[in-house]
Each structure stands twice: as C-alpha cells, then as structure tokens.
Ligand binder design. Sequence first.
Ligand code: PRP
Length: 209
Amino acid sequence: MLRIVVPKGRLEEKLTEFLQRAGYFLQGDSSILKQSKDLRCFMTRPFDVPTYLVQGAADIGFCGTDVLLEREINLIQPFFIPTSSSKMVLAGPIGKDLPRGEKSIATKFPNITRRYCESKGWHYRIISLKGSVELAPIAGLSDLIVDITETGRTLRENNLQVLDEILTIRIHTVVNTVSYRTKRGEVIDFLERLRKVVEDAEAQKPERR
Ligand code: PRP
C-alpha cells in the first residue's frame, strides 16, 4: 500500500484526475483522506507536503517549486506534472517606481524573498504573512509583495503590476528516499503509470505555435 500526499487547493482536482486515469480509483467521504485498493491518499496544505515525506508518513507526494525552494528541502524528484504556468513575482502598485532605499516586501515566501533581495544587493525588510498578501501595499503595510500569479487577476484587482519574475513554478513528483529503497517496485510501478498518463495528456495538447 503506497501513501501519497496531495496538495489541497487549485491542483487537487487535476492531480486526482491523473491518479484516476492511472487506474487508482480513490474513494472516501473525507476531504482529507481518500483510498483505493493500492493507495492511501492524504490531502494537505501545499506547504505541509514535504513534512509528510521527510518524516516518513508518505511515500510519494506532489509539490510546487515554490514550496520546495521555500522549505529548502531536497527530495528525489522523478518528473514534473504539467499544469498551467504560475510564476512567483515581485509586484508593486501600478505607476509607482521601485523605492530607492529600503524596500519593504510582504510575502508568504520569506526565504525565497530574502535570497532574491540579497542577489540584488538591496536593503530590504520582509513582512511575513500567511495569506492575502496583495492587501499589504493597499493597507500601507509594505511597498512591494512577492507572490504567486497565475491568471494575473489578483494583481489586476488590487492595482498591482509585475516588476520582476522570480521563478516559474512547476509541480514535481517527490519521493521519500527510504520508500525509494524499501518499496522500490511499488514506487516505480506507480511513477511509471503516472508518467504514462502525464505523457498522454501532453501529447493531446494542441500544438503551440
Ligand atoms: C495565489 C496567490 C494569489 C493567487 C493568484 O494564492 O497568493 O492570491 O493565487 O492567482 P491569479 O493570478 O490566478 O489571480 P493561492 O490561490 O495559491 O492560495 P492561497 O491564497 O491560499 O495562498
């Protein structure tokens, strides 16, 4: 029995659909635990996915580049799951230049933001938030934000513009190092089935011009 950890939220439906297409028919009345004959599937907050793997409570998980870099965690990452592209960006109020001196930046990603500011050689102050980061410049809490944008809607609605792209976010399959040794057959079989589904989905996408 493999233990899989899936991030709740915008990717949950897509990942569950991929698992279904790979032959895992997950069932359960609970929104946090679903099972099939061969899988136990835990649904958790995206930021908590690596914890399940590192602590040995899950064998395989799905995790965004943002979470892996923020938590500075190294796990085996066999392949990516294609999703619509989201990016982590530096953003600020439309029409305002980058502040010249110290820059105050609100974010859910303090570690990534610190490394980014240091790479720029900026004087900076990070304001760590748990959500609704786009509110910070409106409320006068920060000059800038570092946040994820996908459709761009949240930024537009809050009169914010992208000032710089920090990273492209991809969804990685991540594997617990111990499970990779002790459940090798099951892990490889799961990954191969999933890889096939992912490749088929990619092949069916209309060609980009
Ligand atoms: C992210 C981000 C924005 C939103 C941007 O939050 O923090 O709020 O998505 O997406 P858009 O460009 O399509 O509007 P997410 O939904 O990942 O979750 P959270 O707010 O719970 O952190």
